[in-house]
Design a protein. Sequence first.
Length: 202
Amino acid sequence: MDIGHCGVEVGHCETDVVDHLTRLLIAARDGDRIALERFVAETQADVWRLCRYLGDLEYADDLAQETYERAIGSIHRFRADGAARGWLLTIARRTCADHARRATRRRRLDQAVLSNTTAGSLDGSVIDPDRSGRVDLGEVLAGLSDDRRSAFVLTQVLGLQYDEAAEVLDVPIGTVRSRVARARSDLVEMLREPDADGTVAL
């Protein structure tokens, strides 16, 4: 059995980023504080981007922090059966899913309050759209279903391979490919704009 450069026994020694992160996480699990700090520093960009697009921009920092709190709290259960990056992104995805459920409950409550408050009036019914013509990736991705958005962000934004995304999402690789393809199709439809004569052009 080889010894990783962090002084951790691993089944095989590779030089790619995934195995490097796995060695760091194993060392952190075994009590190496420096390894933990390095693991957080080297993964926080991916975690933040996942939280930004699966959660939302306003809460991305909080969701990333909650992800690491959950990860550190369960680090003793990491058995290195898979890559550390996938393990961490799985936690991030679940954190975002919990946030989305909480946000949905809040929106329903807010809508109920608004309905009661504005009943019989026109207050709160005016929408002021952004006419700048700019396309915000977060807003566009928000129009996708949760499953398609997760697959698209993992593979097309974070750059995971399809098999890595399948591990994070706990679905077959064919399902990931299908969701990404459908997400692309959905995005094309959402970005289509009507011409002056009412026809639609890309």
